[in-house]
Ligand binder design. Structure first.
Ligand code: RTP
Ligand code: MG
Length: 144
C-alpha cells in the first residue's frame, strides 16, 4: 500500500503519570497530531516499579534513577509509537527541553511540564532506542 512506501520513520513516546492524571491525554495527542506525527500504536497502561526500572536501565547509574522509576510507576501512562519523517529529532524538538524552565514556547513541556521529573512526556533519543522502547510496549500486531 502506498502509505507504507511513503511512511516516515518512527519514534516512541509516553505521556507521564502526572499529565495523564491531570486529563492532558487529549491536549498532548492533539499537539502531536497537529505537528504532523501519525499515531501508529497507543494504549493506557501502568508500569510496576520493576518494569520502569527495566525501561530506564540506561539511567541506572544516574542519581535520579530511583525517583524516576518511582514517578513513572506511580500511575497510568500512555505509551505511543509515532511516525513522521525525521521522527526522533522532530519529536524531541516538539517536546522541548528536559527542564521545563528551559522549554521553548510552543513545546509540549512548556505547556504541560511541572518540574524536571514531572516533565509531561518522554521522547526516544535515537532510532535504535525508539525501536527498543516501542517493542517494550507493543507487539507488531498492535502497530498500524
Ligand atoms: P526523556 O528520556 O524522558 O524523553 O527525557 P530526556 O531525554 O529529556 O531526559 P533524560 O536525561 O533521558 O532523563 C530521563 C528522565 O529522567 C528525569 N530526570 N530527572 N532530577 C533530575 O535531575 C532529572 N534528570 C532527568 C526526567 O523525567 C527525564 O525526562
Ligand atoms: Mg532520554
Amino acid at each position: 500500500q502506498i502509505h507504507f512506501i511513503m511512511a516516515g520513520n518512527r519514534t516512541f513516546t509516553m505521556i507521564k503519570p502526572h499529565a495523564v492524571a491531570d486529563n492532558h491525554i487529549g491536549g498532548i495527542t492533539a499537539m502531536i497530531e497537529a505537528a504532523g506525527f501519525r499515531i501508529v500504536a497507543m494504549k493506557k497502561t501502568q508500569l510496576s516499579a520493576a518494569q520502569a526500572g527495566k525501561f530506564y536501565e540506561v539511567h541506572k547509574e544516574r542519581p535520579f534513577y530511583g525517583e524516576l522509576c518511582e514517578m513513572m510507576s506511580s500511575g497510568p501512562i500512555v505509551p505511543m509509537i509515532l511516525e513522521k519523517d525525521n521522527a526522533v529529532a522532530d519529536f524531541r524538538a516538539l517536546i522541548g527541553a528536559t527542564n521545563p524552565a528551559n522549554a521553548e514556547e510552543g513545546t509540549i513541556r512548556k505547556k504541560y511540564a511541572k518540574s524536571m521529573g514531572e516533565n509531561a512526556i518522554h521522547g526516544s533519543d535515537s532510532d535504535e532506542n525508539a525501536a527498543i522502547e516501542g517493542a517494550f510496549f507493543f507487539a507488531s500486531i498492535e502497530q498500524y
